[in-house]
Design a protein around this ligand. Sequence first.
Ligand code: ADP
Ligand code: MG
Length: 265
Amino acid sequence: MILEILGEGIIKMTELLKIENLYVKIDEKEILHGLNLQINSGEVHAVMGRNGSGKSTFSNTLMGHPAYKISSGQISFDKKAINDLKPNDRAKLGLFLGFQYPLSIPGVTVANFLRQANKALKGDSVSPRDFRKLLYEKMDDLEIEHAFATRYVNDGFSGGEKKRMEILQMAMLEPRLAILDEPDSGLDIDSLKLVAESINKYKQKNPLVAILLVTHYQRILDYIKPDKVHVFIDGNIVESGGPELALELEKKGYDWLTGKEAIKA
Ligand SMILES: Nc1ncnc2c1ncn2[C@@H]1O[C@H](COP(=O)(O)OP(=O)(O)O)[C@@H](O)[C@H]1O
Ligand SMILES: [Mg+2]
């Protein structure tokens, strides 16, 4: 059971992702210094912090990027340790990472890429016609022209188009935990709204999905209401709070938190 109905329509969300005392190194340099965080199904958590504070390291580590080594600590999903799972096995459990810097894949069309990814994850046998119908529906939501289906993944896409491609992948693959690494970076205000609306739409259709939204601007949080906001400084979470924390950061910047002690539990 992932949720319990407590009567009177109150739904208690239960633990989906738990991070305990997580230390992560890259090339022998320690980047994350003992993070603790729990995300329940249905929750939206924002991770904020300056450039270089470790947000992408955190996102990539959760997905199992091989360059990031966990030196101690545990990542659990559905109460099972996933530290040793490969990215594709994490994806099968329902984790998804939308990249900060999506790569292009010349030679592979968007339609083929998504169809293969969908098959690999869900093992389903949707007919090509049904798949196309679904893909076009999701593309329409994101105002991505259907012609993009036959273009090579991210090849020659603008910054905004790449970000919308990441969200299109999310909408097609239907994860239970979507980690979105700066889905707002480099977007003009119209693209930002589209991206935010599609994330919200996905959330409305899938109320139990959890979202870890990494950003360094408050702006996207005007559209996507977080339940919790966590602030990263130098590889530590130094402050956690509600949506008001993001507004405070918008006003005061990050300086007032520099040197603050890490939250360790
Ligand atoms: N491949 C790497 N080798 C060494 N240091 C790295 C590497 N990748 C990231 N770092 C360092 O890790 C820190 C955190 O980076 P990152 O996780 O990308 O931060 P953010 O996403 O918050 O901007 C930075 O100091 C960065 O220089
Ligand atoms: Mg980053």
